[in-house]
Design a protein around this ligand. Structure first.
Ligand code: FDA
Length: 393
């Protein structure tokens, strides 16, 4: 039996960071992970450059049934604390857009930093370790694993969500919560591309590769970023963002001329070039291929501008400002960046991340019902929740 003060389940962003924090307090720590290679999501993140935090991160960038829960951890370990650590390691980074910070070189820099932080405090990492059972004792927990038995005072569950099963994702964290009587909020894929109904897909798949500026809106929330047509459906940052707010059966509204008044533009074009075709006028604002495909799809006739009368141009502009699309679904956990829902935050202390009714059992990172927007927020939640737990385990 291996005795440790702390066992962490999951050697991802949150698990490794928590192990390092606990180690800094002189606690003996072992991190157990069933995967062969650890840090898979970190390495894949941000297109290999890891969008490790966001300069503007605040509790407003998170979804949870209890929107107040994340406030305390985010304010005790902030994006500036993590940026300070990244700078200490001499990792070069840049802001790509909207406060999103990426490594200049490679996501490996972040993973290596976390491993170094663990090494400095002698926190051990055991891979390819299946956890077979967990038992509560008066002193803590006993874990029976494929690599022997472990005993610990504090058990930290950092096993992440369900997205990308190929990278080691499993529902084990939710099972542990249920074993100890904690409620788990229903889970679903977030930050994920939409799939389309056949009649939309047949037309829109032809636009594959085209990206447009747009404002995507659903359930009183809007994101002003790009959308991208793909051969499978609709993706791009605005779509990924709004997917976390969308529920099956609902329509998403896209404003495809989000920063201006298309009606006014078309009236001006009608005045200056009355003999021009509508498609020619629209091609000033959109790619030609898009205009050619989308006019028949939106049931708009292409005629010389002078032939449009009364409110016709206004109606045409409206079709672009208020394009309503009912997705068929999402691509699901296979490509989702995050899992919405998870361990109910009402069961946990926002100060320590410990279960209110199970002494010594902690949950951190994505396994809980706190999900960030796209843009470095999910990693910030991993760092903040892990740091907080690391002070108490
Ligand atoms: P994480 O998933 O990182 O780690 C969980 C660990 O637990 C894994 O190592 C897994 O193997 C292990 N585990 C699971 N079940 C187990 C079991 N039964 N036994 C033992 N171990 C088990 N976020 C962001 O802020 N910026 C970004 O750029 C990106 N980019 C991005 C790209 C892609 C492709 C994905 C899929 C996700 C992102 N994200 C992101 C989201 C981000 O990666 C995610 O929110 C964090 O990695 C969550 O950290 P956790 O440590 O909670 O889980």
């Amino acid at each position: 039996m291996i005795k440790q003060d702390v066992i962490v389940i999951g050697a991802g962003a949150a698990g490794l960071f928590c192990a390092a924090q606990a180690g800094q307090r002189g606690r003996s720590v072992t991190v157990l992970d069933h995967a062969k290679r650890i840090g898979g999501k970190i390495l894949m993140s941000g297109g290999g450059r890891c969008n490790f935090t966001n300069m503007y991160a605040s509790h407003e960038n998170f979804l949870s049934d209890n929107p107040h829960f994340c406030k305390s951890a985010l304010s005790r370990y902030t994006q500036w604390d993590f940026i300070g650590l990244v700078a200490e390691y001499g990792i070069a980074y840049h802001e790509k857009t909207l406060g999103q910070l990426f490594c200049d070189d490679s996501a490996k820099d972040i993973l290596n930093m976390l491993l170094k932080e663990c090494e400095k405090v002698n926190a051990k990492i055991t891979t390819q370790c299946e956890i077979l059972s967990i038992d509560k004792t008066s002193e803590g927990f006993i874990l029976t694993t494929s690599k022997g038995q472990y005993q610990c005072e504090s058990l930290v569950v950092a096993s992440g969500g369900l997205s990308m099963p190929k990278l080691g994702a499993s529902p084990y964290g939710y099972k542990i919560a249920e074993q100890f009587g904690l409620k788990v909020k229903p889970t679903r894929a977030g930050l994920v591309p939409f799939t389309l109904h056949e009649q939309d897909k047949n037309v829109l798949a032809e636009l594959s590769g085209i990206s447009l500026d747009a404002r995507a809106s659903c359930n009183n929330t809007s994101f002003n970023e790009n959308i991208l047509f793909t051969h499978r459906g609709l993706s791009g940052p605005a779509v990924l963002q709004i997917s976390s707010f969308w529920h099956p059966g609902q329509a998403v509204e896209f404003d495809l001329y989000p920063n201006g008044d298309l009606h006014r533009e078309l009236l001006a074009a009608q005045q200056s070039s009355p003999d021009s075709q509508l498609a020619t006028a629209l091609a000033k604002f959109y790619p030609k291929r898009y205009v050619q495909m989308v006019l028949p799809y939106l049931h708009i006739d292409n005629k010389p501008l002078k032939q449009y009368q009364g409110k016709q141009l206004e109606k045409i502009a409206e079709a672009f400002h208020q394009w309503q699309l009912k997705p068929n679904g999402t691509e699901g956990y296979r490509t989702a960046e995050v899992t919405l829902g998870g361990v109910d935050t009402d069961e946990l202390s926002s100060k320590t991340m410990m279960a209110k009714n199970v002494e010594g059992l902690f949950f951190i990172g994505e396994v809980m019902d706190v999900t960030g927007w796209l843009g470095g927020y999910n990693f910030q939640w991993a760092w903040s929740s892990a740091w907080v737990a690391g002070q108490y385990v």
